[in-house]
Design a protein around this ligand. Structure first.
Ligand code: FAD
Length: 344
């Protein structure tokens, strides 16, 4: 197996493929970044739910920087809703390094090099790196991020891109909370404020016309709404497959879960099983995309109307009030509910 990319999706594949096949399947992991690996992977909220690790066992939360206990939503009309949210802000580069160490213990071989060409040959797939090396394998796993070479070479079309910007600020934010600010200027998205080792990190969808005074600025697209999973013996996982969640903007757990599903399918000798199971999983539900499209068309007045039933919190009474609010927002409520459980 050749896995291109060792971000969350690729690192999980590098670990789970030998682990779940009990060493029967050997893996070569190819990652283009060496010195800049940490810089690239810090461009992220680095938030992962506690529930993610129930589904990713035996991987455990590692390099935890903050333990999250609350999510605080701020809506137009001065509505503030606080809920319990158990999770972590990780030091993502250190977490990934740890997962790759576990992968190497399972027998994974690692190489640093940028894939510049992928193609078919008599043995399956071949990959050529910028410095002229060639690697071959029977199966190819594209975990090479939003601009995936594997996707562009073997799969039709591409995902939609949601451009996100993030700023690291010196001002501290609450260390156990994630804050979300909803407003029409975020065009279906929101502004997030998470704790950061240097103070806080603030992010939002590009175009919101905000430039906080910052220590660092990051920007990268979040790819979503793409159905390609398997083509021949090649497959896509994580951002390469446009699998990020457009409601939560989460992609770490999702890419790692796709990797796990690929590993389970390969261990059974049936990669097509991943293509069948992934679209039916709660990570890939079409409700997220529909809800995001609805949100993109909503102004502050409508955002307020949609959330008004929950102004005192998300209890049973609020649920009944929401039903009385009409069917209009039911898809949205369902996406929020699923997103909170599976989307980070
Ligand atoms: C601002 C922002 C904040 C976010 N916050 C969160 C968050 O808090 N929680 C969350 O769950 N998600 C978050 N996300 C989404 C998350 O970062 C991505 O969904 C996740 O990184 C996807 O992982 P991946 O492994 O698929 O891709 P990537 O993390 O992009 O990793 C791809 C890897 O492939 C390598 N690669 C690429 N091309 C090649 C090549 N040709 N040859 C060899 N190697 C290659 C890259 O160097 C990289 O290491 C955020 C995204 C953004 C933009």
């Amino acid at each position: 197996m050749l896995v291109i990319g060792s971000g969350p999706a690729g690192a999980a594949a590098a670990f789970f493929i030998p682990y779940l096949s009990e060493g029967r399947l050997s893996v070569l992991s190819l990652e283009k970044l060496d010195r800049n690996f940490a810089k690239y992977h810090r461009m992220c909220g680095e938030a992962v739910s506690r529930a993610a690790f129930d589904t990713l066992a035996p991987l455990e939360p590692h390099a935890v920087e903050f333990t999250i206990r609350r999510a605080v939503e701020h809506w137009p009309g001065d509505i503030t809703i606080e809920t319990e949210a158990q999770g972590y802000v990780l030091d993502r580069p250190r977490f990934l390094t740890h997962v790759m160490d576990m992968a190497r213990k399972e027998g994974c071989h690692t190489e640093v090099g940028a894939a510049v060409e992928v193609g078919r040959d008599e043995n399956g797939y071949m990959v050529r790196t910028r410095d002229g090396r060639r690697f071959g394998a029977r199966f190819l796993v594209g975990a090479d991020g939003w601009n995936s070479l594997v996707r562009r070479t073997f799969f039709p079309g591409g995902p939609r891109l949601l451009w996100a910007e993030q700023f690291v600020l010196a001002e501290r934010s609450e260390e156990d909370a994630m804050h979300f600010f909803y407003d029409e200027r975020y065009r279906g998205g929101y502004r997030w404020v998470f704790p950061h080792r240097s103070g806080s990190r603030v992010g939002f969808t590009r175009g919101a016309d905000e430039r906080p005074k910052c220590l660092e600025r990051h920007g990268r697209p979040i790819p979503y709404a793409y159905g390609g999973t398997v083509m021949g013996n090649a497959c896509l996982i994580g951002d390469a497959g446009g699998q990020a969640n457009p409601i939560t903007f989460g992609g770490i757990r999702i890419g790692m879960m796709a990797a796990r599903m690929v590993a389970e399918s390969l261990a059974k000798g049936d990669l097509a099983d991943y293509a069948r199971r992934w679209p039916r999983s709660p990570y890939a539900s079409p409700v997220y995309i529909k809800a995001f499209e609805t949100l993109q068309g909503m102004d502050n007045e409508e955002l307020y109307r949609s959330v008004r039933p929950f102004r005192d919190g998300y209890g049973r009474m609020a649920g009944l009030r929401a039903l009385l609010n009409g069917r209009r927002y039911l898809g949205l409520y369902r996406a929020y509910d699923l997103g909170a459980k599976w989307g980070w």
